[in-house]
Design a protein around this ligand. Structure first.
Ligand SMILES: *[C@@H]1O[C@H](CO)[C@@H](O)[C@H](O)[C@H]1NC(C)=O
Ligand SMILES: *[C@@H]1O[C@H](CO)[C@@H](O)[C@H](O)[C@H]1NC(C)=O
Ligand SMILES: *[C@@H]1O[C@H](CO)[C@@H](O)[C@H](O)[C@H]1NC(C)=O
Length: 356
């Protein structure tokens, strides 16, 4: 590993720590110790413990339905009865949600996302909770821990696929991954032996796994029937792409309105974490995040793009699976973020651009 690569990882980790502390302030406080120094980041006591077999006690699947919104049901992929006697309903849409480092099923944004879906209707929402697995990732495992997580999630997908009472084929599963979680979903595809995931939504995939330049570690359009990616911190913490069938660059894709903070780390981390509120709002938004194609980021920033009405697509939960290529979308700086259909002016224009 080159020195420059190590620095990139460190910057990534430090920023993750900042975003973790942000989300913990909003959610419940925990007694977990955070790394105080570079030395701590290399401390391997928080690494995955053997045996390296799925299911792993530190990596659990919690099912939430409208009837069990408050308390998830733990699914045991080694026992078919576990799903049979749960509230899982194969006729309802199934979502599998993988958070980033430091997330957890009882923390925002996982909780907010569930609330949004249950406001809308009936869903089976399975939260992949590996909070205790990679709470403070150790550098010696940062590369293969996501692979291990991918393997275990593939086991969950096959558990649902071959279930004797409540089967759901992978094609009907929508998976949503935030940050590192988006990469983990890209890896799941490598382990599914029969069929393909229906949809992977990548919420600002982070850049620091890309340094090896190894495509098989990436989330890309081959990993599911439809791959949509939202970019909010692209190029710095987020990966630049485009990588999916449809890539959405929000406010230009690399910096978000309302994200100017005291330190550069806080600002970067804010750009990166803004992606989840956007996606969550898209689930029930009456206005919708309408996104249009544009020939280049520069044209978008200076307001040169006027896509046809028919070229606009909705970003987020309700995106059409026929969307292809790169789209740009502008949001408000505060909620509600969605600005609706551009209307008469039709002009796609950044509110953070150089000439606005
Ligand atoms: C590593 O972390 C453990 C538990 O947090 C702590 O007891 C130990 O002193 C740390 N070791 C080093 C070298 O920092
Ligand atoms: C669940 O049932 C399927 C189909 O009968 C079977 O192939 C599979 O081995 C069972 N899984 C477990 C964990 O018992
Ligand atoms: C890319 O990664 C895969 C899986 O991690 C590995 O099997 C393969 O050898 C790697 N390829 C290169 C060129 O490093």
């Amino acid at each position: 590993m080159k020195t420059s690569e190590k620095w990139l990882i460190l910057i990534g980790l430090i920023t993750i720590q900042i975003s973790v502390s942000d989300s913990q302030q909003q959610a419940k406080p925990t007694g977990d110790k955070k790394p105080q120094s570079v030395q701590d980041l290399f401390n391997t006591t928080s690494c995955i413990r053997p045996p390296y077999k799925c299911p792993h006690p530190n990596m659990q699947f919690y099912l939430y339905t409208r009837k069990t919104q408050e308390k998830g049901e733990l699914l045991n992929t080694l026992d078919n009865d576990s799903l049979t006697y749960s509230k899982f309903n194969p006729r309802h849409p199934t979502k599998v949600v993988v958070h980033g480092f430091g997330g957890g099923r009882n923390l925002s944004p996982s909780t907010d996302m569930r609330n949004a879906y249950f406001t809308r209707g009936n869903y089976n929402i399975i939260i992949v909770d590996y909070g205790s697995l990679v709470k403070e990732p150790c550098l010696s495992q940062i590369e293969w821990a996501p692979r291990f997580a991918g393997l275990c999630i593939a086991q969950l997908v096959e558990y649902l696929q071959y279930h004797p009472v409540k089967p759901v084929p992978p094609e009907k599963i929508h998976t949503i991954g935030y940050s590192v979680g988006a990469h983990i979903l890209g890896l799941v595809a490598n382990y599914i032996s029969d069929g393909k995931l229906g949809r992977i939504t990548g919420l600002d995939p982070t850049i620091f796994f890309y340094m090896g330049n190894n495509r098989s570690r990436d989330l890309d359009h081959t990993d599911a029937l439809f791959v949509d990616i939202l970019h909010t911190g692209a190029g710095i913490l987020g990966q630049w792409g485009p990588n999916g069938h449809a890539d959405f660059y929000v406010n230009g894709g690399s910096s978000q309105p309302g994200c100017a903070h005291d330190t550069i780390f806080q600002t970067l981390s804010c750009d990166h974490t803004k992606v989840t509120p956007y996606f969550i709002e898209s689930i029930n938004s009456p206005h919708g995040f309408w996104a249009g194609p544009c020939s280049s980021l520069f044209s978008y920033l200076i307001g040169w793009c006027e896509p046809k009405d028919s070229e606009y697509v909705l970003m987020g939960e309700h995106v059409t699976h026929r969307a292809r290529g790169v789209y740009y979308v502008t949001t408000n700086a505060r909620p509600p973020y969605a600005r609706g259909f551009p209307g008469k002016s039709r002009r796609l224009r950044s509110i953070t651009g150089p000439y606005s």
